[in-house]
Ligand binder design. Structure first.
Ligand SMILES: CC(=O)N[C@H]1[C@@H](OP(=O)(O)OP(=O)(O)OC[C@H]2O[C@@H](n3ccc(=O)[nH]c3=O)[C@H](O)[C@@H]2O)O[C@H](CO)[C@@H](O)[C@@H]1O
Length: 382
């Protein structure tokens, strides 16, 4: 198999989960998966593949920066990047023709475009996986060339063009298995949270892999109050740690022991999720798949500029079902405090929200996507 997808955690982790699940399936039959990850140099997917011991090949990619103004799309940076796309396609085609995979799995992001086109040119079956309700730009381009399009929710189906809908299957969005088996006590040990008060609920604040300055700012405004009600693990983004650490120095010493700041959570993420009673988060598809599979009460602050308003759509969907609170429109520290207060004060209220969230989870998504990939590969072989 060739796997491609990346740029952000939302595209990278479903690809990783599919690879791991496939490896596990084949191992049950005493067989090994021959897999190559094709991605961008210096990217998250390159680091993830290296960490997992998955062979990795680089292709050139061009990021197309969206702009409300059509002429803005023609910026110098965009034009330079677009010029890299044909190079990436040529590289990907050569990689696919040498590796000769039975199947190519693409999970979105700019890098998936050249690799998916390379698969199509070499007549290798392409399976596209989409995490969000609306197909992302890369997947819209690739969907017509794909043997199968896997989507994460039923509501995607009606949004697909007729020709693509025929190849579409609802699999859900794969969640890394370890995310579902975290342990609160391990989070305390690994992050040194010995000052946390076990009588108080714990809030996990996350802005996605890169962190969110908006969420960091809003949480910063209510931090003294929040720490009087809860313990807080705050994942602020690797580039924001220094600034946030300076701001955190103003937290009164009495409550500082209940505040843990971190740029990015790696292996500790599952344990922090297990520890969390309430999550404050963006509403990216990856994070929501995790929160719903686990069943977590959440206050969602969507990224306003996400493609097609996709994060607001995700957040509204869960909020309407009582499975989260969504701060839609202009979020303020006041609104955030108001959304949190009843959840922090009332364990039964957060348990009810968590239970509703769990009904939206699809912990079996990796298995469904793996079935689809295996059947595309088997078809080619037969
Ligand atoms: C800015 C942007 O382009 N956002 C998009 C991106 O989300 P983005 O990748 O930013 O966010 P997601 O919520 O989809 O995924 C983030 C992933 O990173 C993990 N994580 C996060 C923080 C951390 O410290 N450690 C860690 O492991 C999360 O648990 C999750 O698995 O792709 C998603 C899926 O296509 C889309 O829905 C989002 O709109």
């Amino acid at each position: 198999m060739i796997v491609t997808g990346g740029g952000t955690g939302g595209h990278t982790y479903p690809a990783l989960t599919a690879v791991r699940t496939l490896q596990g399936r084949l191992a049950e039959h005493g067989r090994a998966l021959d897999v190559l990850w094709v991605g961008s140099a210096g990217s998250l997917e390159a680091r993830v593949a290296a960490g997992e011991g998955i062979a990795f090949a680089e292709v050139a990619t061009g990021k197309v920066r969206r702009s409300r103004n059509p002429l803005g799309m023609l910026s110098l940076a965009n034009l330079k990047d677009m010029a890299r796309v044909p190079l990436g396609v040529a590289q990907a085609r050569s990689i696919v023709s040498r590796f000769r995979p039975d199947v190519v799995l693409a999970t979105g992001g700019y890098v998936a475009v050249p690799v998916g086109l390379g698969a199509w040119m070499c007549r290798r079956p392409l399976v596209v996986h989409e995490q969000t309700v609306r197909l992302g730009l890369a997947n819209r381009l690739l969907a017509r060339a794909a043997r199968r399009v896997a989507v994460s929710s039923e509501s995607s189906l009606t949004l697909l063009p007729e020709s693509v809908r025929r190849t579409a299957v609802v699999t859900g969005n794969p969640v890394r298995p370890e995310v579902l088996t975290g342990r609160p006590d391990k989070a305390i040990g690994a992050l040194g949270l010995h000052g946390f008060d076990s009588a108080l609920p714990t809030v996990y604040v996350t802005g996605g892999a890169q962190g969110s300055q908006q969420i960091n700012g809003l949480v910063g405004e209510i931090l003294p109050w929040l720490l009087s009600q809860a313990n807080v693990v705050h994942q602020c983004g690797p580039n924001n740690v220094d600034e946030l650490r300076r701001r955190a120095a103003q937290v009164p010493a009495a409550s500082a022991a209940r505040y843990h700041l971190t740029g990015y959570l790696g292996a500790e993420l599952p344990d922090v999720l297990a520890l969390a009673d309430v999550v404050i988060s963006r509403s990216g598809a990856g994070t929501l798949a995790e929160l719903t599979s686990l069943g977590k009460a959440a206050v969602l602050i969507p990224l306003a500029s996400s493609a097609g308003g996709e994060q607001a759509h995700n957040a509204r969907h869960l909020a309407e079902a009582g499975a989260a609170v969504a701060l839609l429109g202009e979020a303020s520290a006041h609104n955030l405090g108001e959304a949190l207060a009843p959840l922090l004060a009332d364990p039964a209220r957060r348990a009810a929200m968590a239970a509703r969230a769990r009904t939206h989870g699809r912990p079996d998504a990796a298995g469904h996507l793996t079935d689809l990939v295996l059947s595309a590969a088997a078809n080619r072989r037969s």
